[in-house]
Each structure stands twice: as structure tokens, then as C-alpha cells.
Design a protein around this ligand. Structure first.
Ligand SMILES: Cc1cc2nc3c(=O)[nH]c(=O)nc-3n(C[C@H](O)[C@H](O)[C@H](O)COP(=O)(O)O)c2cc1C
Length: 223
């Protein structure tokens, strides 16, 4: 499966089948996570086939069921980490989708998780990705209009730019808030900004990864 197909097929899934993730798939996903950690300096961790752990963290999250595996998105507290968590977390989400798995980003700040995972004092668990074989494939979310999420003042607008914006519109965002905006500047530069909101910086990192996949990384530079 191509990354762009994974972007089109991915939707949040909150109910999972009682089907363990096999060793081959776990190893492959761990390989992707190792690569993300090496590139980013984050400490992302994969926890598979451990129903008890997730249930105890997720007691308040009635809408989730059958979650036995998850990815804990952990990094040093500080400026810039939120966006990195979004970017690399979504890389893992799309890699998982390509392996036939389903996911859902989960906003999670409980102290309980922190002590269970032995997280260092200067680190924080930013989010969790629920992971497994979905009972369904989820449903397509509602989108903002193109005018609300991008700006340009050239005519015609390059195809790669619109492909990037359309891929970003398929990205998961907290409460589907889609607060990001992509602006096309001169010299094939693109500026990505976000209005403020809960988890909007994580959302921005997620949307930027989608934009790169849709636009093609070689077609532009980030401002
Ligand atoms: C940073 C972030 C946090 C999220 N937190 C939750 C959550 O706590 N509970 C939940 O059910 N969904 C959560 N979601 C999933 C969003 O509701 C979902 O991505 C959005 O509605 C768009 O739907 P889609 O992912 O199916 O495209 C979160 C998504 C993101 C990106």
C-alpha cells in the first residue's frame, strides 16, 4: 500500500477485534518506531497485547473497546515537542495502516500512565495511539473548506500545493478541529501555521506530515 492510499483509507477506530498483533507485524512496527526515535530524539514506546494496561488508563474513555495494544508518544517537555509528536506519531499511524492495522489518537495526561511506564522526570506522555485490528474501518470526517485552510496569491496555483492541502484535510485532528493553515510563499516555500486550541500544535505536526506526503517533499521547502 502507498502512503497516499493509507492517508485516504485511515479513519479513527475505537473498537477493536480480539485478534492479537502477530510477531512479524510487531517487529516491523517497532522498526518504524526505532527509526522515528533516532530521527527525532523522542522516546516513543510500543506496548502490544496487554489489555490490562490499556483498560486501567482508559477507564474514563467509554467509547473505546477491545484495545490491547498502544503506542505511547513520549518526549522531553519543552517548546517544539508537540509538533514533533504529531509529525512522528502520524508517521507511525500511517505505517500501521499500511500493515493492515487501525488506530486512534488519544489525548491522555493521566499521572497513572506516567508511573506505569516509568517515564523520566523531564519527559511527558503527550498522547497515546490505540492500535489493533478494527471492528470497522471507521468513517470519513467532515472537512473545512479549502479557503479556510490555505492561502496563495498565484494563478494558477501549483498542483503539488493543492495535493498537499487535500492530504492535510484527511489528517486526524483533536475533535476534528482542523485549525491549521498552509500558505504558499514565493520560491516554493510553504508556511504552516495554526490557530490556538487544545492539542493544535500536535495537530499541526500531523497535518504537516500529511502535506509532505501529498505535495511531495521535493516540490517545496518549509518556511
Ligand atoms: C491530538 C489528538 C487527540 C485526540 N484525542 C482523542 C480522544 O481523546 N478521544 C477520541 O475518541 N478521539 C480522539 N482523537 C481523534 C479525533 O477525534 C479524530 O481524529 C477526528 O475526529 C477526525 O476523525 P478521523 O481521525 O476519523 O479522520 C484525537 C485526535 C488527535 C489528533
Amino acid at each position: 500500500m502507498e502512503l497516499l492510499t493509507a492517508i485516504q483509507q485511515r479513519h479513527s477506530v475505537r473498537s477493536y477485534l480480539d485478534k492479537p498483533i502477530g510477531k512479524d507485524v510487531c517487529d516491523k512496527l517497532q522498526g518504524v518506531i526505532d527509526e522515528c526515535n533516532a530521527q527525532s530524539g523522542l522516546h516513543i514506546r510500543l506496548v502490544t497485547n496487554e489489555p490490562k494496561a490499556f483498560d486501567s488508563f482508559m477507564a474514563h474513555y467509554g467509547k473505546f473497546s477491545g484495545v490491547k495494544s498502544y503506542v505511547a508518544l513520549i518526549g522531553k517537555k519543552g517548546e517544539g515537542t508537540d509538533e514533533k509528536i504529531g509529525y512522528y506519531g502520524e508517521k507511525i499511524v500511517l505505517a500501521a495502516q499500511m500493515m493492515g492495522l487501525n488506530t486512534c489518537w488519544v489525548a491522555m495526561t493521566y499521572k497513572k500512565v506516567k508511573s506505569a511506564l516509568n517515564i523520566a522526570k523531564d519527559e511527558k506522555i503527550y498522547c497515546v495511539l490505540a492500535l489493533g485490528y478494527g471492528a470497522t474501518q471507521g468513517v470519513k470526517h467532515k472537512n473545512k473548506t479549502l479557503e479556510e485552510v490555505c492561502k496563495y496569491n498565484v494563478n494558477p496555483v501549483p498542483e503539488w500545493f493543492m495535493n498537499g492541502v487535500n492530504a492535510a484535510l484527511l489528517a486526524p485532528t483533536a475533535m476534528n478541529q482542523q485549525k491549521f493553515c498552509f500558505s504558499l510563499l514565493s520560491g516554493n516555500k510553504v508556511e504552516a501555521t495554526t490557530k490556538s486550541g487544545f492539542y493544535s500544535k500536535i495537530d499541526l505536526g500531523i497535518a504537516k506530515y500529511h502535506f509532505e506526503v501529498g505535495a511531495g517533499k521535493d516540490n517545496f521547502n518549509w518556511q
